[in-house]
Design a protein around this ligand. Sequence first.
Ligand code: NAP
Length: 294
Amino acid sequence: MQQYVTLNTGAQMPMMGFGVFRVPDLKECEDSVYEAIKIGYRLIDTATAYHNEEAVGTAVRRAIADGICTREELFVTSKLWVTDMADEKTAAAGIDASLERLDIGYLDLYLEHQAYNDYFAAWRAMTAAYKAGKLRAIGVSNFYPNILTNFCECVEVVPAVNQVELHPYYTQEHGLMAEESALDVMHRYGVVPEAWAPLGGGRYNPFEEPDFIAIAQAHDKTVGQVLLRWNIQRGVVVIPKSTHVERIRENFDVWDFELTADEMATISSHDMGYSGTRAKHFEPSFVRMVLGKE
Ligand code: NAP
């Protein structure tokens, strides 16, 4: 049975969702989202930067028209890209453009994709859209401990969610130099953690890790299911991506087993304490690249 976490708005957010990053083929995206909803997923995660919001909206409308679920049962998330975060007016237009592309009435959650450009001005536009009911909750993504702390201490509406890279190789349980880890800061301010790349995002090769294979075998589950279950048991929302129906089904089937405290610790012990992806949020060259400056 799907589990839910309560946001600071009082809304219930499903703990298992479906991501559509790097699914540029719109028909493939639409069909994957439709299949995911049919299998039981109720949370869908897209973004302006993924260029597939229209396909997500089409799949959602199709699922509702086919009687699979109601709009109210779904939890659709999208994100504002950094070039739309130059000032309040640009951000307001960016939010409206997402709503128009999705065409599903409102969004359950909308995130600032990165803590770059004028993310305070953009947040004022997000707050206005939240108060107007266009966005039912607002949150952030890739906000690391110092930035999230400053943000939560200064804004009127505290983010409901922070979506960051979170898997056994980057657990976010330990700060490197920071006193508090990314998860500690989220817990302090009541911000729900959401994992991007919960399966490693096609990197790190977790599927051949002997520790993970042994734990999976002990529960008659797959490594993917163990990794997703590990995050859910830590109170972290997961949004695995796949365009293969059998994997979409496999990833959702994580409700009938429980990892022991020892197994949780073994999985967490693989933490490298840093990201092995190209997304080096602390590197000046990465910031310039995301801003389109180099
Ligand atoms: P992920 O979900 O960890 O991994 C996806 C990769 O794993 C794909 O290559 C997929 O291949 C494969 N896969 C899926 N299920 C599998 C299984 N059961 N066994 C083996 N391989 C499996 O990575 P992600 O897509 O990078 O992250 C998930 C979602 O997070 C994204 O789709 C997006 O919505 C969000 N995200 C957000 C940010 C951000 O900055 N906020 C960044 C990255 C991602 P196939 O598709 O071929 O099955």
